[in-house]
Ligand binder design. Structure first.
Ligand SMILES: [Zn+2]
Length: 430
């Protein structure tokens, strides 16, 4: 089955999460793989939320390798689409639909490449494990987290894997970069309570809970949290400085010097956004609760912060930084922390780079840290280093970041072919 036909079929399963209902889609994948001669297992804690694990057997000379992808997608509610998001329509040399980029397209590439390897009798040195999971767009509770917690034996001795976010063309000016994700930030949600005197609304009080909230929001709006130059950030910046033209390269070289970091980011403005998030912990104030009666001054106000912590750092570091920059007396509670990968193992990076350069001579692969989080965080608990590697050669006017999770998500047919071919090449080399 070719990648295009496969993806078209996958798009037609409406796996919008919540609730996902990925069960039928997983069973479809299972059938396709079994017909191609693979042994598979379907696993899950609910009939509607299933996962699939399949294996291409290797000679046993090397450690097994993981390819992982999710088949749930985000909602299309309120978005204006030019084509039906669940039909797999072809228009302008692209296959349209929710999930074409995130990430049924990559799942289709992985499946096709594996089936091709099987059909050609290719035996890699290590087994190749394919894990197709549900629930990534939620918390992964039924998907990757479930597999890692309940069936770790399936991933025994796996050292490296590939997953989403990376390996596709990103243009800075005319320079073609191929960022490959090597690490990700860690989710840390904080509940902040600001307290103050209460009283009658007719007699305003200064420096009450609301005013503290104002000062805190002001501090977050006007200052960044302190700079941290982590190992993966440093290699990302160095690699990009090497390939970018003057004056961007000179500016970038100053970026990892903590006294200059924020100044350089200010100069880079929007162009510096990707560096900003890899050099700082961040918090975004997204929910506020406080006051319930117009004539009562509220004794406390609650602010919920979406915090993202750099790899290797802990929530305590974030909390201290928050107190330090705001100088406000407040109670901070960690309501959610999902630890991510701690160390980065660059062992497979050069192989992945070579594979891209072979097909695109102008490709400049660079490592990067994603500010969001993926299922890689769960697999990292088993000691697996995931690389974001869904290879796509994209045209300059194709704006990946504007299409992902958005209206008119689509994938160029040529990119789909490119990705399948490159993953097939990777399988041959493992
Ligand atoms: Zn995704």
């Amino acid at each position: 089955m070719n990648t295009f036909a496969l993806l078209k079929d996958l798009i037609r399963f409406n796996t919008t999460n919540p609730p996902g209902n990925e069960g039928e889609c997983i069973k479809f994948i299972d059938k396709a793989l079994r017909e191609a001669g693979f042994k598979t297992s379907i696993l899950g804690k609910s009939e509607n939320k299933l996962n699939l694990v399949a294996r291409l057997e290797g000679t046993g000379e090397a450690a097994p390798f993981l390819m992982q992808g999710h088949v749930d997608v985000v909602p299309v509610d309120g978005q204006q689409w030019d084509n039906d998001p669940f039909q797999g329509i072809i228009s302008d040399d692209c296959l349209w639909g929710r999930g074409t980029l995130d990430m049924k397209g990559a799942v289709a590439m992985m499946m096709s490449a594996l089936m091709l390897a099987k059909a050609q009798g290719i035996k890699p040195k290590g087994d190749i494990i394919l894990a197709v999971v549900c629930d990534e767009e939620d918390e992964g509770e039924y998907g990757a987290k479930y597999l890692v917690d309940e069936h770790p034996e399936l991933f025994l001795n796996v050292k490296y894997g590939i997953g989403e976010i990376g390996g596709f063309t990103t243009y800075i000016g005319n320079q073609k970069l191929y960022p490959i994700m090597v690490s990700e930030k860690q989710v840390c949600t904080l509940r902040v309570v600001l307290k103050g005197a209460s009283g009658h609304g007719s007699m305003p009080i200064r420096n009450g809970s609301m005013h503290k909230l104002g000062r805190l929001l002001n501090a977050l709006n006007s200052k960044r949290l302190p700079v941290h130059v982590t190992e993966p950030a440093l290699s990302m910046i160095k690699a990009m400085a090497e390939v970018l033209p003057f004056p961007k390269n000179t500016l970038l070289k100053q970026l990892p010097k903590p006294t200059f970091t924020d100044k350089v980011l200010d100069i880079l403005s929007d162009n510096g956004k990707i560096f900003d998030s890899v050099l700082h912990n961040t918090v975004s104030p997204n929910i506020v609760r406080g006051g319930n009666k117009i004539n009562v001054i509220p004794p406390e106000v609650e602010l919920v912060l979406d915090g993202r912590i750099l790899p290797g750092l802990s929530p305590e570091v974030l909390i201290n930084e928050l107190k330090e920059i705001s100088k406000i007396d407040m109670d901070i509670e960690i309501t959610k922390f999902i630890p991510g990968p701690r160390k980065v193992d660059m062992g497979l990076f050069s192989t992945l780079s070579e594979i891209l350069i072979e097909s695109d001579k102008e490709a400049k692969p660079v490592p990067f840290i994603v500010s969001a989080s993926t299922d890689a965080r769960y697999f990292s608990k088993l000691g697996i280093q995931t690389y974001g590697f869904t290879p796509m050669l994209l045209p300059k006017d194709f704006k990946f970041s504007e299409l992902i999770h958005a209206a008119n998500e689509r994938i160029p047919l040529k990119a789909l072919e490119f990705g399948t071919d490159r993953i097939f090449e990777l399988i041959k080399r493992l």
